[in-house]
Design a protein around this ligand. Structure first.
Ligand SMILES: [Zn+2]
Ligand SMILES: [Zn+2]
Length: 149
């Protein structure tokens, strides 16, 4: 398989336990279609953080698929400012040098964001429980009762 950027022969390598094909010239990596998911999985086993759409703002790429030579599609990975290339035949993904680190950072970011949301929800529930000991309905009744007096 040849590098879609500089046509150098790709070399099989291991990256975070995943077998990928790496270009010795530009350090770009080719991941088989299922291997992007495996790369995300190195950050979290929790599928919740890895769910949802991956390919935002799809557009024509300047690169050709190293497997079928068809023009690939460039997209913004998970709507972040990270452009990846993929083959529409689901042959795989092309990641330029360092982009696998950005993918992992984005998954970290999603985990942090999700944890923030969970914490906010917990705080809100504690607030509701704490208002009058009787939960929100008790406090609403107490509020109106107080006004009528
Ligand atoms: Zn290359
Ligand atoms: Zn292809």
């Amino acid at each position: 398989m040849l590098c879609p950027r500089d046509q150098t022969l790709l070399i099989e390598k291991r990256m975070h336990g995943i077998e990928i094909d790496q270009c010795p010239q530009c350090n770009g990596r080719w991941l088989d279609h299922h291997e992007l998911d495996e790369l995300e999985e190195t950050k979290t086993k929790d599928t919740e953080h890895r769910s949802g759409m991956i390919d935002y703002a799809r557009r024509e790429s300047t690169l050709d698929c190293p497997i079928c030579s068809k023009g690939m599609v460039a997209f913004n990975y998970r709507a972040y400012n990270l452009e990846l290339d993929t083959c529409e035949e689901e042959h795989g993904f092309w990641l330029d040098a360092g982009e696998e680190g950005e993918v992992r950072d984005i998954i970290d970011d999603r985990i942090r964001g999700r944890n923030r949301a969970v914490k906010a929800e917990q705080a809100w529930n504690e607030f509701l429980d704490g208002v009058s000991g009787g939960g929100i309905w008790g406090s609403v009744r107490g509020f109106f009762g107080g006004r009528r007096r």
